[in-house]
Design a protein around this ligand. Structure first.
Ligand code: ACM
Length: 568
């Protein structure tokens, strides 16, 4: 890395921490920025629009265009006004990667340079953090207030290209405006993938024009289990909702403006009861009366899986044809087909499924699972797309060219990466944010292992012992947010924050030896600024001292797992 700016020993409060930062006077020298002009060079329009809208709203600055976009950073001759200057500098990619950027603050203004438009956008996000927590509000608090920034420079770029969060909108629906909010929250943390889990036993959330019953019937359930595990309580308020195709187009376009890729997941052949409730012929009609099935109201692993027939393949090809149209390749080359937790009992009992095994010359029911996955791998590849699925897609043979979301620990990801497949690490023992944050009795509906803020901060996406080639095939990582016990935005906020801030730092600038990461420094930055940024954004995070009264769910059982997570 030639010519880095040596990092100053006095840390700033930026999250995620940049690669290199140096501030004049060790961080004690600051300058005032007042009603600057905006000089937006060629190719910087998206960042300029974002700055005008977001920073403009918080500060009250109009950010009018500087008259001469070609002049160097600083005061525009004759005007005496400071300039925020946006420039693309592709050469930065050589040292800082394709999403790299530099940011320089002087008393003449701020220079933001991106290796490309995405890097420039991350520079704009850093600029907002430097302005302070009030820059995260939507209107100025006081007219004429001053905005101070530390004088200095930053060189930055991410460690991983896949920095994601998966949001389960099937178990509890997040309405469209909530998804747009999540895209902003991801972007504020320099995360760039939103994986939407769009279908499951408990709901189908995307309009498919040729199969209207998927959302007419499949997007609604009469009631929901309240709690998890041993809970015998019910929330009797009907639940549902779905995204129209125009909602999806809006989500995808909104995300693209913020350099976030949206990866759609249509889960098959398991987790399919909502689809079967809408179209009973999709299920194993020779072993269960699928016409009697509704959308599932409980949580867990469900035996009602798709029938392994040509008709079911054709049906889902029809679904994917519309999905591909809504999620163009430039937005997401990857399409997630689920593939997890598909119980095989119905296939074992089904004469149709057994005949299929014989006809296809398969060994057993695992072969049927693989047959489903391989079919859609070829089908997607023929359309210029890449399949990604949960690590069960390794069962019965991994499809060529498929990528793996490694969730049952690291093992699936290690095997896949060593076999030449690309991998997104999201082990449930580490980065499932539905898992509880503390072992105390006040955590709402506690699920899974205790995964504290520090545990997430010490998550390492590349497990030790991987060969160099396999390590390069770890595209990155994502935190997964399953929403069985998160009935609304506030509950999701509580589970996700502050841990997503720790996760963001891991995938952006996390040092590969997690025990050497400066957790105390991270906590200090959280306390100094980041909790205040989250509060300004209206995020219902878990306070360091534990849940506030309305964040608790007294007496509602969850499904906690005792002891530390296994090291898998
Ligand atoms: C999963 O958690 N079933 C992918």
């Amino acid at each position: 890395m030639p010519d880095p700016i040596p990092s100053d020993p006095i840390p700033s409060d930026l999250i995620p921490k940049p690669r290199y930062e140096r501030y004049a006077g060790g961080g004690r020298e600051s300058c005032e920025l007042a009603d600057p002009l905006l000089a937006a060079g060629p190719g910087t329009e998206a960042a300029a629009a974002w700055l005008r809208r977001e920073i403009g709203a918080a500060t009250g600055w109009a950010l009018p265009a500087a008259p001469e976009a070609g002049t160097p950073a600083g005061t525009v001759a004759g005007e005496g006004r400071q300039v925020v200057r946006l420039v693309l500098r592709p050469a930065l990619a050589e040292t800082l990667g394709p999403e790299g950027y530099e940011l320089h603050v002087t008393d003449r203004g701020v220079l933001l340079e991106g290796a490309g438009p995405a890097g420039l956008f991350w520079a704009a996000q850093t600029f907002r953090q430097l302005l302070g927590p009030d820059a995260f509000r939507r209107a100025p608090l006081r007219p004429g207030r001053t905005w101070r920034l530390p004088v200095g420079g930053i060189q930055d770029g991410p460690r991983f290209g896949w920095r994601g969060m998966m949001l389960d909108v099937a178990r509890h629906f997040t309405p469209k405006d909530g998804v747009l909010r999540w895209i902003d929250l991801l972007a504020a943390h320099k995360l760039n993938v939103l994986h939407l889990h769009l279908t499951d036993d408990q709901g189908w959330r995307i309009e498919i024009r040729r199969y209207p019953r998927l959302t007419e019937a499949g997007a609604w359930r009469a009631r929901s289990k309240w709690g998890h595990g041993s809970s015998d309580r019910w929330n009797d308020t009907p639940h549902g909702g779905f995204y129209t195709q125009d909602d999806i187009r809006e989500i995808v376009a909104y995300a693209a403006q913020r350099y976030v890729r949206v990866v759609p997941e249509i889960d098959l052949p398991g987790h399919s009861q909502a689809a079967i409730a809408a179209y009973p012929e999709l299920g194993n009609t020779d072993v269960v009366d699928t016409a009697a099935l509704g959308v599932w109201e409980d949580w867990g692993i469900n035996p009602n899986v798709l029938a392994p027939t040509e008709a079911v393949l054709r049906f889902y090809e029809g679904v994917f044809e519309e999905v591909l149209e809504l999620f163009p390749a430039e937005v997401s080359p990857f399409v997630h087909i689920g593939g997890d937790e598909c119980p095989k009992e119905q296939w074992r009992a089904s004469p149709t499924a057994q005949a299929r095994i014989a006809e296809l010359g398969l060994k057993d029911e695992d072969g049927l699972q693989s047959w489903f996955i391989r079919h859609f791998d070829r089908w997607l590849a023929a359309r210029g797309r890449r399949l990604i699925g949960w690590d069960e897609i390794l069962e019965g043979g991994l499809a060529d060219g498929a990528a793996v979301s490694s969730w049952r620990g690291y093992a699936g990801g290690i095997a896949a990466a060593e076999a030449g497949h690309e991998v997104v690490m999201c082990p449930e023992q580490q980065v499932y944010l539905d898992h509880r944050q503390d072992g105390g009795p006040e955590e709402p509906m506690p699920i899974g292992y205790v995964r504290s803020l520090e545990d997430v901060y010490r998550f390492e996406p590349v497990p030790p012992g991987l060969s160099d080639g396999a390590a390069r095939r770890v595209l990155g990582a994502q935190a997964n947010v399953w929403t069985e016990v998160m009935e609304n935005q506030s509950r999701i906020d509580y589970q996700v924050f502050p841990r997503l801030a720790a996760f963001a730092e891991v995938v952006w600038s996390g040092q590969p030896e997690p025990e050497r990461r400066d957790y105390a420094g991270f906590e200090a930055r959280m306390a100094a600024a980041h909790y205040a940024r989250l509060a300004a954004l209206g995020v219902d995070y878990r306070p360091p001292g534990g849940p506030l009264p309305w964040q608790r769910r007294p007496g509602v059982p969850g499904r906690p797992i005792d002891g530390p997570p296994p090291n898998v």
